[in-house]
Write a protein that binds this ligand. Structure first.
Ligand code: SAH
Ligand code: SF4
Ligand code: F3S
Length: 461
């Protein structure tokens, strides 16, 4: 197949691209890569859907509500497409992401205005697909044999700079774990790790354009096992050690991790590698061993707690967050109580919680004992109260501390700048825009609902 560099047609024709992403950070990253691969075709991003020649909906299939959103959004896009057509203007509509992968044919059947459907492993084929759409090529959802990353174009330096100083970089994709509630192994395919050299190249390119913090992404990022130039396997701490040597790269984060892949050398790296931030998103999903077994998580609540104890023993300040599902099939009040107990015991700095959503094709959807919606809602509420309380207490406890803050952008009010603490808290201070991209010490003076306020006290680094 042709690569983006071999594109000759319409190179100078300027066109507008509107991309909307749903779901996880990997979709956010994918959106940037789709924009990059379409840039040589003359597509420039716009934030106004009505003026777009191409609209891409980058979708998420994780819960029913996320998937249904796509169809209602498509209805709205169709109206804009018709309006443009009445003015003699074209608008192509592409559906990308995990709903495209899972329900591609259904999308084309249900919404005739859709021109293209492209799965997450095929978005490097977008330019070809757009050229061939008149010939009836509408759907690419096979898992291709070639690696999409080999066919993607590096973004222009100015483009990277415009996206801010904190960037995502996918290093691992797909999942072989098959938790019984989850669609990801079906939508993203088998677990694969990118080669070290490619990741380092991409990271250098980002840092050269001003990026100061990289969050490494993967569905099971801590299972990363990429090959280096010699063909040796490098695990996540080996990769972060190499990335940390890139001059100008100040901070590294990674997500999402699975408890069973949390090796000791990765835990140790949080002490040995200053660039690795003291924050860990480690989903546990439930505190009940019975439910964990039914979810096919392959660990117990105690194993999770022991792992956190080991982490805290060497890095006591590590901030922890998790994902929880309430109302998994068969979850009793006692099981749910075990989840609340685990939350009490661990004390998270923040967490995400979801009502179990039946996903077609997953084993969970076939299970008896589905929990009634009102029971799920009631449990979600109780968990939310507990977790919110922990988040507020965590943020309140930050008041009076001095923390190194990496400034990312202008703040909410004039004269303010906004950044992140090592523990992933949003922090606002009064300060000059020249500090954006720098780390400076800040005394935290106040905890607001979703962010902290502080004053600059230290040297700029
Ligand atoms: N790879 C990560 C996250 C996957 S999806 C992991 O291993 O944890 C992000 C979160 O969505 C999951 O952690 C889970 O809490 C939630 N989720 C996934 N499938 C779901 C479902 N069917 N219903 C409700 N929540 C779900
Ligand atoms: Fe889904 Fe489980 Fe894989 Fe995470 S580990 S992506 S929850 S199947
Ligand atoms: Fe959603 Fe796919 Fe991410 S299902 S959570 S967009 S991997």
């Amino acid at each position: 197949m042709s690569t983006p560099t071999s594109v000759q047609t319409d190179k100078t024709e300027r066109r507008k691209l509107f991309i909307k992403s749903y779901g996880c950070q990997m979709n956010v990253y994918d959106a940037t890569r789709m924009a990059d691969v379409l840039a040589p075709e003359g597509y420039e991003e716009t934030t106004d859907m009505a003026e777009a020649d191409l609209v891409v909906l980058n979708t998420c299939h994780i819960r029913e509500r996320a998937a249904e959103k796509v169809f209602s959004e498509l209805g709205k896009v169709r109206v804009l497409k018709e309006e443009r057509a009445s003015r003699g203007l074209d608008m192509k509509i592409a559906v990308a992401g995990c709903v495209a992968q899972a329900e591609g044919a259904e999308i084309l059947r249900r919404q005739k205005a859709v021109d293209l459907v492209v799965g997450p492993q095929s978005y490097h084929r977008l330019p070809d697909m757009l050229r061939n759409v008149q010939n009836g090529v509408k759907i690419e959802t096979d898992f291709p044999t070639e690696d999409k990353f080999d066919h993607l174009v590096a973004p222009a330096r100015a483009k990277v700079a415009s996206r801010g100083i904190s960037a995502f970089l996918t290093i691992q994709e797909g999942c072989d774990k098959f938790c019984t509630f989850c669609v990801v192994p079906y939508t993203r395919g088998a677990e694969t790790s990118r080669p070290i050299a490619k990741i380092l190249d991409e990271a250098r390119h980002l840092v050269d354009a001003g990026v100061r913090e990289i969050t490494l992404l993967g569905q099971n990022v801590n299972a990363f096992h990429g090959l280096d130039e010699k063909g040796d396997v490098v695990s996540l701490p080996g990769l972060t050690a190499r990335l940390a040597q890139i001059p100008g790269l100040l901070r590294l984060r990674y997500m999402t991790s699975h408890p069973n892949d949390m090796a000791q050398d990765l835990i140790d790296a949080h002490v040995q590698q200053p660039a690795l931030m003291p924050f860990l998103h480690l989903p546990v999903q439930s505190g009940s061993d019975r439910i964990l077994r039914a979810m096919n998580r392959k660990h117990t609540a105690k194993e999770y707690c022991d792992l956190i104890d080991r982490f805290r023993a060497i890095r006591p300040d590590i901030a922890l967050s998790s994902d929880f599902i309430v109302g998994f099939p068969g979850e009793t009040e006692e099981d749910f109580q075990a989840t609340l107990d685990l939350v009490q015991k661990i004390n998270f700095s923040s967490s995400y919680f979801f009502k179990y959503s039946m996903r077609p094709g997953t084993p969970g959807a076939e299970m008896d004992d589905q929990v009634p919606e009102e029971v799920k809602s009631e449990r979600l509420h109780r968990l939310q109260v507990l977790v919110d309380g922990q988040r507020h207490a965590y943020n309140d406890a930050s008041v009076g501390k001095v923390m190194p803050i990496l400034f990312e952008k202008k703040g909410r009010d004039p004269g303010q700048i906004a950044g992140k603490s090592p523990y992933l808290q949003a922090v606002q201070v009064d300060g000059p825009e020249s500090l954006i991209g720098c780390v400076a010490d800040v005394l935290i003076t106040e905890a607001l609902t979703n962010s902290l306020k502080g004053t600059l006290v230290g040297e700029v680094r």
